[in-house]
Design a protein around this ligand. Structure first.
Ligand SMILES: *[C@@H]1O[C@H](CO)[C@@H](O)[C@H](O)[C@H]1NC(C)=O
Ligand SMILES: *[C@@H]1O[C@H](CO)[C@@H](O)[C@H](O)[C@H]1NC(C)=O
Length: 401
């Protein structure tokens, strides 16, 4: 009968989705009441890291550094006042980066990055004897061997994960300056006067930008909903139940995952525990493995049952004569005699909260149904038969491919 049901109501869609989702094989783990857990593998973390670095570099660029000034004694010339302004990093090239799951924090490092910088220079010198001499122009700076490392901690707090920057450092190995125009002594003078200052300006600008980015990332996490409505009556509790567990180059997160009625009835007592044995996707090819406890399905089914949504009318099937008394003329002549050529429908209702069980190889359910056969005589609906289906346990085999 199932194949005639149209996926028109969210309740049906939910039931069928429940059956399509595939459980994964198990390894035992203690748990604190989460019913959905996800393991982000090394591959997933790498993907996330690359995404973050791309986002970070594109949001950092162009990065303006503060102006720098300095007076310096130059042989044969005297004391020269020099200033750099409009110092802007306009591109960053990253050579390699890696992410590592420490205990308890997440480490991210970028090494061998290069950055291109543009700036304006000017200088002036003179004495009471000579008129002031000044000049100005542009220069480019190549920053080489830029290393950045940061340590981030992920902590669950009131159902939400906080992203905390524990440590962040940056180091510049080398810079080289290319001066357009200017006097012949200028390159060496600029380099000597400003090498250290440019390096530390780049380092502190990068560190500052990264801590701003982590704050931004944290506020994105803070704005994640703790409940996601899935239909007009049910929502899923997406609260984190504990801090992400970092191990083995992977991150495991666990959310409550139970369905609750939007009207607010809490059903926590209905379920004793989360995963008795929790699953993990062992295939390294996957970026993320998600496992669902059977209580996720059962809680959803209970919400729809309590909201009186687990009933359906089937009135349109390909074989039209089955839902017309004329089709039953020879089998149940009395029906046809009493209601000639009338349409019929089937009303199916679930009579107790369905229980769904998930095991390694199959998904099973216990669903009690009442099926009523109605005749539609003009505007009247006349029940002519009722069948109670008490299913003990229906199972659907699941393949793990
Ligand atoms: C959602 O899950 C969290 C964590 O398990 C729990 O503390 C909270 O009470 C749940 N919220 C509702 C509405 O059930
Ligand atoms: C039932 O079938 C008869 C004979 O095919 C047809 O005349 C009649 O319109 C059908 N009734 C409905 C409600 O479709």
């Amino acid at each position: 009968m199932g194949c005639f049901i149209k996926f028109s109501s969210p309740a049906i869609l939910f039931m069928f989705l429940s059956l399509l989702l595939i459980p994964t094989s198990a390894h035992v783990q203690v748990n604190e009441g989460g019913y959905i857990s996800a393991v982000i593998s090394k591959k997933g973390l790498d993907f996330f890291k690359n995404y973050l670095i791309n986002k970070a570099t594109s949001s950092i660029i162009p990065l303006e550094l503060p102006d720098i000034e300095k007076s310096k004694k130059i042989p044969l010339i005297g004391k020269v006042h020099m200033a750099l302004s409009n110092i802007i990093i306009y591109s960053v090239e990253i050579d390699s980066s890696y992410v590592e799951t420490g205990d308890p924090d997440l480490l991210l490092a970028v090494s061998g990055a290069t950055a291109d910088c543009g700036m304006n220079w000017e200088y002036s010198y003179g004495s009471w004897l000579l008129p002031t001499i000044s000049d100005s122009g542009a220069a480019t700076v190549l920053v080489e061997g830029l290393e950045v490392g940061l340590t981030v901690s992920l902590k669950e707090q009131g159902g939400i994960v906080k992203v905390i920057l524990v440590d962040c450092g940056s180091h510049v190995r080398d810079i080289s300056i290319k001066v357009d125009g200017g006097a012949s002594w200028l390159y060496q003078a600029l380099f000597e006067a400003f090498e250290g200052k440019i390096k530390s300006a780049v380092e502190s600008a990068v560190t500052k930008k990264i801590s701003e980015l982590i704050t931004k990332l944290d506020s994105i996490f803070q704005s994640l909903p703790k409940q996601i409505p899935v239909s007009d009556i049910a929502s899923m509790n997406t609260s984190f139940v504990r801090s992400p567990v970092l191990s083995d180059s992977s991150v495991e997160v666990e959310i409550n995952g139970l369905f609750t009625a939007i009207s607010g009835t809490s059903m926590l007592n209905y379920y004793h525990k989360g995963f008795e044995s929790s699953a993990s996707c062992s295939s390294p090819a996957k970026m993320i493995g998600i496992q669902l406890n059977e209580n996720v399905f059962s809680s959803g089914a209970l919400v729809y049952f309590n909201a009186n949504r687990l009933h359906w009318i089937i009135d349109d099937i390909p074989e039209k004569s089955v839902l017309n008394t004329s089709g039953w003329r020879h089998i149940i002549p009395q029906l046809y005699t009493q209601y000639p050529n009338d349409g019929m429908n089937l009303y199916i209702s679930v009579t107790s909260p369905p229980k769904i069980h998930v095991s390694e190889h199959d998904i099973g359910g216990t669903i009690d149904l009442d099926m009523t056969i109605n005749v539609l005589d003009s505007s009247e609906v006349i029940p002519v038969a009722c069948i109670s289906l008490k299913s003990k346990e229906i199972t659907w085999p699941v393949s793990l491919d």
